[in-house]
Ligand binder design. Structure first.
Ligand SMILES: [Zn+2]
Ligand SMILES: [Zn+2]
Length: 197
């Protein structure tokens, strides 16, 4: 019995959709292995507003979250390549980096809940690399697309702890890169991405 034209068209469309899905999966798999900061084609985030950020009730000046100051995210170029925030004003930088600081605060609180220190002190989440400019990004061995340039990424360490899996759990809509040096990369790019570097 002859197969109807409509049935053939439906089958053709299903096959094309399957091919598309495979292509996307291949691109994702390639990105996972090769790409230092992931997803080069991702949409560029909205430009940060130039206005002053709303003062946060209960937070001292300069703080983006309870335990994170904006200055902790400063670029490590020491003024050689940028003003510390890759050309953003402090107000712009605070607005761009606040969601990241809040995510890191959530992680810090969770780390101290799960792995309390015997002496009652709190474990700190250290920002190894926050903002980067062209100069410091090159020194870090990254290409021009790094989220560090926008102030929405940090490589972090916690003394004596390997925290990669925790960030994976706490950052479903952002990037997490697992480094061999125990300083996972965490960013707030707005969609999930995972890779090893
Ligand atoms: Zn710099
Ligand atoms: Zn990074």
């Amino acid at each position: 019995m002859a197969v109807s034209y409509n049935a053939l068209k439906i089958a053709q469309e299903a096959a094309q959709n399957a091919l598309k899905a495979i292509q996307i999966a291949i691109e994702e798999a390639e990105g996972f292995e090769d790409v230092a900061d992931g997803d080069y084609d991702a949409p560029i985030p909205e430009p940060v507003p130039a206005s002053e950020p709303e003062p946060e009730p209960g937070l001292p000046a300069g703080y983006l979250a309870k335990n994170f100051k904006l200055s902790e995210f400063r670029c490590t170029c020491g003024g050689k390549g940028c003003n510390g925030y890759n050309g953003l004003t402090e107000a712009q930088a605070a607005a761009a980096t606040k969601p990241l600081a809040e995510l890191l605060q959530k992680g810090r609180d969770e780390i101290n809940r799960r792995y309390p220190l015997a002496n009652g002190k709190e474990r700190a989440v250290n920002i190894i690399s926050g903002y980067r400019c062209k100069l410091s990004n090159k020194e870090a061995g990254s290409d021009g697309s790094s989220r560090h340039l926008q102030g929405i990424a940090a490589d972090v360490s916690v003394s004596g702890l390997s925290t990669g899996p925790l960030w994976d759990e706490l950052n479903p809509n952002g990037g997490v890169g697992y480094g061999g040096n125990n300083c996972p990369h965490v960013d707030t790019r707005g969609h999930r991405s995972r890779w090893k570097y």
